[in-house]
Design a protein around this ligand. Structure first.
Ligand code: IYR
Length: 224
């Protein structure tokens, strides 16, 4: 390690009982998150979204370049255009572009080309990955591990919104190049996903299929 400025780590150790209780409690809280596709039009305060994005911005990233940008779309006129653009792509997708294997995999989710939530939900967050940038505004350096970094940031964003008591949907219109233009983002940013945020509609239902999460022995192996 070269000579670089450092500060003392701010770290509070937890008693083991509390550590255990927090780990279990957080798992219990997170396993209640479901992807919601049926949204209410109720408002959600902007401050909640801002804090969720600040949380996303705490994600680790390649060389701390923080290669993400979140375009937050409220209830303005952009909504209708965005829905039309997304549904046009989705129609082509569901009418065959996806291919039989992909459509079969989506069968149990019951998704189709209609995306009313793009107009109903109070907030949409378009996530962009920056191929170039750097740690400071105006930098134009190469970014590293961009997909990994943005993926982690999206995970933190969804986690923050869930624990704030909101419903979320990771929507991936395919392809989603139209988001670049609609959100006025530069060409070197790649749209990654659209996160829909709000309250679930009264009586919202979710697919039974996705309730099954793989057990520990299928997703984890210990080498001790
Ligand atoms: N983008 C489409 C299709 C879709 C694809 C996957 I993989 C999903 O897990 C869910 C949907 C849509 O949003 O309907």
């Amino acid at each position: 390690m070269g000579d670089h400025p450092t500060i003392p780590l701010d770290f509070t150790e937890l008693p083991e009982g509390e550590m255990r209780a927090r780990a279990l409690g957080f798992y219990e809280a997170m396993k209640t998150r479901r992807t919601v596709r049926d949204f209410s039009d109720r408002d959600v305060p902007r401050e909640i979204i801002e804090h969720a994005i600040l949380t996303a911005g705490t994600a680790p990233s390649g060389a701390n370049h923080q290669p993400w940008f979140f375009s937050v779309i409220g209830r303005g006129p952009l909504r209708k255009t965005l829905r039309e653009a997304a549904e046009a792509e989705e129609r082509a997708f569901y009418e065959g572009k996806a291919g039989a294997e992909w459509l079969e995999a989506l069968g149990p989710l019951g998704t189709d080309a209609d995306k009313p939530f793009l107009e109903t939900a109070p907030w949409l967050i378009a996530v962009f990955a920056q191929r170039r940038g750097g740690p400071k505004p105006g930098d134009n350096r190469k970014n590293y591990y961009v997909s990994e970094s943005v993926g982690i940031a999206c995970g933190l964003l969804l986690t923050s919104l869930h624990q704030a008591g909101l419903a979320t949907l990771t929507h991936t219109p395919n392809p989603m190049g139209f988001l670049t233009e609609l959100c006025g983002r530069p060409e070197n940013e790649k749209p990654v996903m659209l996160i829909v945020v709000g309250y679930p509609a009264d009586g919202a239902r979710v697919p039974l299929h996705a309730i099954h999460k793989k057990p520990l022995d299928q997703i984890c192996g210990f080498i001790e």
